[in-house]
Design a protein around this ligand. Sequence first.
Ligand SMILES: *Cc1c(COP(=O)(O)O)cnc(C)c1O
Length: 454
Amino acid sequence: MAKQKKFILQESEIPTQWYNILADMPNKPLPPIHPATKQPLTWQDLAHIFPEECSKQELDMEHTWIDIPEEVLEKYKFYRSTPLVRAYELEKAIGTPAHIYFKNESTNPLGSHKINSALAQCYYCKQEGTTNVTTETGAGQWGAALAYAAKTFGLEAAVYQVKISMQQKPYRSSIMRTFGAAVTGSPSMSTRAGKDILTVNPTHSGSLGTAISEAVELAQTTPHCKYVLGSVLNHVALHQTIIGLEAEKQMQLAGEYPDTVIACFGGGSNFGGIAFPFMRHNLKDGKHTEFIAAEPNSCPKLTRGKFQYDFGDEAGYTPLLPMYTLGHQFKPANIHAGGLRYHGAGMIVSQLIKDKMMHGVDIPQLESFEAGMLFARTEGIIPAPESCHAIAATIREAKKCIETGEEKVILFNLSGHGLIDMTAYDQYINGDLQNYTISDEEIQKNVSELEQIV
Ligand SMILES: *Cc1c(COP(=O)(O)O)cnc(C)c1O
C-alpha cells in the first residue's frame, strides 16, 4: 500500500473547544501584578486595555475546555483543518529512522498561525462594542492576521510595526494596508513612549517592546479602543490550542503518538498551541512526551534568561509578568526571525520550564537557515525564518536517532511560510548572514536592573 503523506480532518471533526492548560497545571503561574500597587491583577484591571472576555480567559484556572464561539468556528472553516504531513523526504535526506511529522499552519492566506487568535480577539472586541483595535507587530505576521481579522469583524486597526522589520519586510506593511489597517513604524513620534525612546536613542531600530509600548498607549488614550496581543499572554496560547487539538486527531489517523513535540519560540503561542493538548496527556494519562521550544541563540530567554517579574514592553506600561526574561530593555540582534525577537517568555511556559515539563534549545541563525533550506528542497515548502528554528531543532533530534537507531515519532509545528522573507534567503544563499552571540555580562547587565522592580 502506498504510504500516506497527508492527514486532514472533515469540517465536522474540527475541535469546537480550546484547551486551557491552566486548569490542569499542578503549579499555577504566579499572578500578573500591578507595577504601582504590587497587587495581583484582576480581570477587571486587565479589561482596561484588553477585551473583557480575553481578560477573563487570561486568569481562568478553572475551566479546562472553553467553547469556541460559533462565529469564530465559521471563520476557522475558511482554512481549517490544516494538514498534518509526514516529512518522508526530509527523513530520507537526514538518513534518520525517526518518523517526522509537521503540522502545517502556513496554508492559510495570511501565511502563519497568528490568524487563529486574531479572529478570536476581534470577535470578542466586536461583541463588547469596541470599534478600534491597536497592536504591535514584528515581522508583520501578527499585524497581517490582525488587519484581516479586524476587517472581517468590522473594526478599525492601527498597527505599530518594528521599524527594522518594516524595512526588511516591506510587503507585510502592504498586506496590512490592503486589509485597511493604518501602519506606523516603531519607535515613532506619534506617542509619548515613542518620543521618549527616540530622545534617548534617535536611531533606535525598534523592537517588539517599543511597539507594544506605543500600541498600549494608543489604546489607553483612545475611546472604544482595545489593545490586542499576538503572543505571550495565556489567552493567546489558549486560542492556538486548536493546532494541537487537531494534530492529536490527525496523529490518531496516522496511527502514531509523538515522543517529541517541537515548536519555535517567540512568546510561546505556537509552541503552546501545538504542545499543550499533548502535555495534557503527560499530566493526566502518564504519557512521557518530550517538549522542546526552539529559540534563537541571539535572544535566549528560555536557556539563559532569569525567572523574574518583568514588564512585557520596553517602556514599562504593561503589567508585571512572572517570566523567563532577558530584561525588558534587552535589544536583540537584527536576525531575520523577527517574530522571535522578544525579551520574555509567556507565564505558562515559564512555569512549565521551572517545573521541568519542557525545555528550550537555542539555535544559531545560520543553522536555522541551513535547516530551512533542506526542508524547502525536500518538502517543497519555504518556511518562515521563525519556523526554521523548529526545523533545526527537529533535525538535531532526528540525527540523535541515527546513533541510537530509535524510530522516534517527532512532531513539529510549521508556524508559517517564508514567501515574504525571500530577502533573508537571498542573504543566506549569498553568504551574507552571520551568527550573533551574546555575552553573559550583557545578559547579566539587563537582568540585574530588574531586581529593583519587585
Ligand atoms: C509570530 C511568529 C512566531 C513566534 O511567536 P510565538 O508566539 O512564539 O508563536 C513564530 N513563527 C511565526 C511564523 C510567527 O509569525
